[in-house]
Ligand binder design. Structure first.
Ligand SMILES: Cc1cc2nc3c(=O)[nH]c(=O)nc-3n(C[C@H](O)[C@H](O)[C@H](O)COP(=O)(O)OP(=O)(O)OC[C@H]3O[C@@H](n4cnc5c(N)ncnc54)[C@H](O)[C@@H]3O)c2cc1C
Ligand code: FES
Length: 280
C-alpha cells in the first residue's frame, strides 16, 4: 500500500520490518522499524502509532527516537501484557503492522522562548526523548532546559549514556532520583516530586511537560501548582486503552475528551477536574 493509500485507509496497518532491536533495561526494548514499501510520514514529538503484531493484537506506542530522517521509526516498549510481550519478542527481519502517527504531541510552539521543565517517571522518558532532541537541536529558541527523571531503582534508568551527555550541555540540566537503591547508588533517593523542591524555577518563564504513571503526574502537577506555576503551563501525556485511534470508537474516552484525538498531551487546566474523579 502506498503512503497516500495509508492516509486514505487509516485503519489499515502498513507493513514495517524490524531493522534493529535493543534491550534498554529488563523487559524493555527499543525497536527500529523500517517500512517495507512506504516512506515514513513525519510526526511531532509526543505523537503515537498503533503497532500490530499479527495474531496478537494492536497497541498504542509513542515514538521514542529521532530516526525519521533515516526513514525509520523507533519505539521503546515495556512488556506489560500479551501484545507488548509479543512486540518485545520479535526478531530482526520480522514484519509488524504500523498505523499513524496519531494524536497531538508536545506544545512546541507554546514553549518557544520559555524555560522548559521536563519531568519523567520510568518509561515516561521514552515519549519525551524526541521532544528533548527537538529542544536541543533548536536550543536558541528555548530558555533553560531542565530534566527531572525518576525511576523505581537504578537498573530501571533508561538511556543512561544520553542522560550523561545531556547533563554535559551548557543549555540543559539533568537531575535523577530513584525510589530505592542499595549503597552503590550515590544520587538522590526519593520520589521525583522531591526534586522539584530542590531546583529553582522561574514560575513566570517556565512551562512544565510531564509523562509517567498517572499517580506520578498527579503529584507532579500539584507540586508545580504549589510552586506557583499556572495550570495552563503544565502539560501531561495521558494513557488509556485504544482501539481505533481515530476518535470513532470511544474506547479511550476521558470525560469529554478522546485521548487518541484530543491528546495524548493535554494542558493540565483542560483535565484537572477529571483528575479529581475516581475511575474516569
Ligand atoms: C498514547 C499512548 C502511548 C503509549 N506509549 C507507550 C510507549 O511508548 N511504550 C510502552 O511500552 N507503552 C506505551 N503505552 C502503553 C501501551 O499501549 C500498553 O502497555 C499496552 O497497550 C498494553 O497492552 P498489552 O496487550 O501488552 O497488555 P494488556 O493485556 O492490555 O494489559 C495487561 C495488564 O496491564 C495493565 N495495563 C495495560 N496498559 C497499562 C499501562 N499503560 N500501564 C500500566 N498497566 C497497564 C492492564 O490493565 C492489564 O492488567 C502507551 C499508551 C498510550 C495510550
Ligand atoms: S481509540 Fe477509538 S476513540 Fe480513541
Amino acid at each position: 500500500m502506498s503512503y497516500e493509500a495509508s492516509k486514505k485507509y487509516p485503519m489499515q496497518p502498513v507493513p514495517f520490518h524490524v531493522l534493529k532491536m535493543q534491550e534498554e533495561i529488563p523487559d524493555c526494548y527499543t525497536l527500529t522499524l523500517q517500512p517495507e514499501f512506504n516512506v515514513v510520514s513525519s510526526f511531532s514529538p509526543g505523537q503515537f502509532y498503533m503497532l500490530y503484531v499479527f495474531g496478537h493484537g494492536e497497541v498504542p506506542i509513542s515514538v521514542s527516537g529521532n530516526s525519521f530522517e533515516m526513514g525509520t521509526l523507533m519505539f521503546t516498549i515495556m512488556t506489560i501484557g500479551s501484545v507488548t510481550k509479543a512486540l518485545c519478542s520479535v526478531c530482526v527481519g520480522d514484519v509488524v503492522g504500523v498505523r499513524g502517527p496519531f494524536g497531538k504531541g508536545w506544545p512546541l510552539e507554546q514553549v518557544k522562548g520559555r524555560d522548559v521543565l521536563i519531568i519523567a517517571g520510568g518509561l515516561g522518558l521514552a515519549p519525551l526523548r524526541p521532544l528533548i532532541y527537538h529542544l536541543i537541536s533548536h536550543s536558541a529558541d528555548y530558555g533553560i532546559i531542565t530534566l527531572l527523571y525518576g525511576t523505581r531503582t537504578p537498573d530501571m534508568i533508561l538511556f543512561q549514556d544520553e542522560l550523561a551527555s545531556w547533563d554535559d550541555r551548557d543549555d540543559m540540566r539533568v537531575f535523577l532520583t530513584v525510589d530505592s537503591a542499595g549503597s552503590e547508588w550515590h544520587g538522590h533517593a526519593g520520589v521525583v516530586t522531591e526534586l522539584i523542591e530542590k531546583i529553582g524555577i522561574d514560575t513566570v518563564r517556565t512551562t512544565a511537560l510531564t509523562c509517567g504513571p498517572e499517580i506520578m503526574m498527579r503529584f507532579t502537577a500539584h507540586a508545580l501548582l504549589g510552586k506557583g506555576l499556572a495550570a495552563s503551563d503544565i502539560y501531561i501525556s495521558m494513557e488509556r486503552n485504544m482501539k481505533c485511534a481515530l476518535g470513532h470508537c470511544g474506547r479511550c474516552q476521558y470525560g469529554p475528551h478522546f485521548i487518541c484525538k484530543d491528546g495524548p498531551v493535554f494542558a493540565f487546566d483542560q483535565v484537572e477536574y477529571l483528575f479529581k474523579v475516581r475511575e474516569v
